[in-house]
Design a binder for this molecule. Structure first.
Ligand code: PEP
Ligand code: MN
Length: 335
């Protein structure tokens, strides 16, 4: 079950619920959110226990949750959640566009891209410095020495930065340089890493494992939430199936299904699904039409020279055209 506190509940009221939960032999997982505090309660639920908690002061309601994902389920909140990253409202009424190169390769490449996507209307910047690559001989990112470039681009453009964390040992190292930790498709079920970013107190963009079900993705998000952090963006980025004409198959039905199952904001990354530049804009428009909260695309000043994912990178001109097209796509609104 989940205990939803009244919006203005005091620390004493919250602590009282937590100690009551402990006395009843249950475990509590509080989330002190921007909008409200919710407390996940793990243990065998009884009507008496629910009544006892519901009677405490400051409690708005106690919701029984049938799903194994308690803190991320839609039922607990009753409505979608949203949060701020810098001045950017994620899960609010406006689409948020995250753009930037696959990998940070150098100062000119990253800063010129940051400046361009900012002036074209992106609200956030992406760029990997630790790159998960299929081959160990491919470019694996600049590593720690790329961190100052993230900070430089953020300082110059004001865009919050999203970057992938590959290793639990890097969570702290990256903390001052990233605004959102990205967990990549290959790490969706790296449970130690999920625990670690859950404790880090920063928003997380969790990408769907390319062979993971939505149920598994929600449980991966629950790992992060159970550590007290539900500022999570779930990202559909394509799944592997029998079809091989795109790099992966973008599962657009993930958006309405996740909207029904969870209160968390949903992102779509058409770049990694497409694998080909020309396929990115139509999929991006489809993502907007199906009601994604966030769109993430890869952009490179010279895709032919990119050290990773050049084939799917949009040029600056492509990105400008995409932004103009998106402005004309009505975004599906979920209630
Ligand atoms: C990325 O966004 O740079 C990336 C590696 O994505 P994915 O984990 O979806 O392959
Ligand atoms: Mn990439």
């Amino acid at each position: 079950m989940v205990v939803v506190m009244e919006p203005g509940a005091s620390t004493e009221q919250i602590d009282r619920v937590i100690s009551e939960v402990r006395e009843m032999g249950f475990k509590s997982h509080p989330i002190y959110g921007e909008e409200m505090t919710v407390i996940g309660v793990i243990g065998t639920r009884t009507a008496a226990a629910m009544e006892r908690l519901a009677a405490l002061s400051g409690v708005e309601r106690v919701v029984p949750i049938e799903h194994p994902y308690k803190l991320t389920s839609r039922e607990g909140r009753g409505r979608p959640s949203s949060f701020h990253v810098g001045g950017v409202h994620i899960g609010g009424s406006e689409l948020v566009v995250i753009a930037g190169p696959c990998a940070v390769e150098g100062e000119e490449q990253f800063l010129s891209t940051a400046r361009h996507v900012k002036q074209a209307g992106a609200q956030m910047l992406r760029g990997g410095i630790f790159k998960p690559r299929t081959s160990p001989y491919s470019f694996r990112g600049l590593g720690g020495k790329g961190l100052p470039l993230l900070a430089e681009a953020r300082a110059e453009t004001g865009l919050p930065v999203v970057s992938e964390v590959l290793d639990p040992r890097h969570v702290e190292l990256m903390a001052d340089y990233v605004d959102v930790y990205q967990i990549g498709t290959r790490n969706m079920q790296n449970f130690i890493l999920l625990d670690e970013v859950g404790q880090a107190g920063k928003p997380v963009l969790l990408k769907r494992g390319f062979s993971a079900t939505l149920h598994e993705m929600l449980l991966a998000a629950e790992y992060i939430a159970s550590q007290g952090n539900d500022r999570i963006i779930l990202c559909e980025r394509g799944i592997r199936c029998f079809e091989t004409s795109a790099r992966y198959t973008l599962d657009l039905s993930a958006v309405p299904i996740l909207k029904r199952e969870t209160h968390l904001p949903i992102a779509v990354d058409p770049s990694h699904a497409a694998g080909k530049r020309w396929l990115v804009p139509p999929l991006a428009c489809a993502a907007v039409a199906v009601g994604a909260d966030v769109l993430m695309v890869e952009v490179h000043p010279r895709p032919a020279e990119a050290q990773s994912d050049g084939a799917q990178a949009l040029t600056f001109g492509d990105f400008d055209r995409l932004m103009a097209q998106i402005a004309n796509v009505p975004r599906y609104k979920y209630l």
